[in-house]
Design a protein around this ligand. Structure first.
Ligand code: GTP
Ligand code: MG
Length: 195
């Protein structure tokens, strides 16, 4: 994929706010602060199109981006952030439920996990939820720059095991710092978007 154009379209909290258009869409799901917004920025090679930050919960709405006027990235608010209220958690659940049930042009989900950690219960639940909906899920293990290359395989196989992924080589190791995994993700999305 050659990125000729990347633009932020809008933020929404419910279906009324979603942008119209039949373009295929790819959503990113993952824990708060795992690096979803950074992954998008590195992928499209723009420093700060998707807002990132050190404070977990930076992305609280559903953010829509359009690439090459052809397809969309959707940055979903992160889960698993302990400090949010019950009310916020319930809102998050409703937002997700609505997005996944109403967005017919959703083609696949990139589930972003931290390569350093065994997936949390919430990661497992999200993975199961997406698979049950019949959505293709691509797992990307980010922050790979934070551990040595020699450890990637071991960590990826632990992640694969926790998520019931048959082969750890199906998981893409990634780094928004070094650009590791960017070509592999381009390739994977190209295949998904061509389907
Ligand atoms: P929410 O919007 O809160 O759900 O977070 P997010 O998943 O969008 O995470 P974000 O991209 O904002 O990144 C969180 C923090 O992790 C930031 O300080 C980033 O600089 C850092 N970060 C993200 N990706 C990487 C990576 O690949 N390597 C390293 N070293 N740091 C990263
Ligand atoms: Mg974010």
């Amino acid at each position: 994929i050659i990125i000729r154009k990347a633009e932020f379209i809008t933020s929404a909290v419910s279906v009324n706010g979603y942008p119209e258009g039949p373009e295929p869409e790819i959503a990113l799901a993952g824990r708060s602060n795992v690096g979803k917004s950074s992954l998008i920025n590195k992928f499209i090679n723009r420093k700060n199109l998707a807002r990132t930050g050190n404070t977990p919960g930076k992305t609280q709405m559903i953010n829509f981006y359009r690439i090459n006027d052809e397809w969309g990235f959707v940055d979903l608010p992160g889960y698993g952030y302990a400090k949010v209220s019950k009310e916020l958690k319930a809102n998050w659940g409703k937002m997700m439920e609505e997005y996944f049930s109403r967005r017919g042009n959703l083609r696949a989900v990139i589930q972003v996990v931290d390569i350093r950690h065994i997936p949390s219960l919430e990661d497992e639940e999200m993975h199961g939820f997406l698979r049950n909906r019949g959505l293709p899920v691509l797992v990307v293990a980010t922050k790979a720059d934070k551990i040595s290359k020699g450890q990637w395989g071991k960590h990826l196989s632990q992640i694969a095991k926790a998520l019931n992924i048959p082969d750890w080589r199906m998981i893409i190791p990634y780094s928004a710092e070094t650009g590791l995994g960017v070509p592999e993700l381009h390739q994977a999305l190209e295949e998904i978007l061509a389907m």
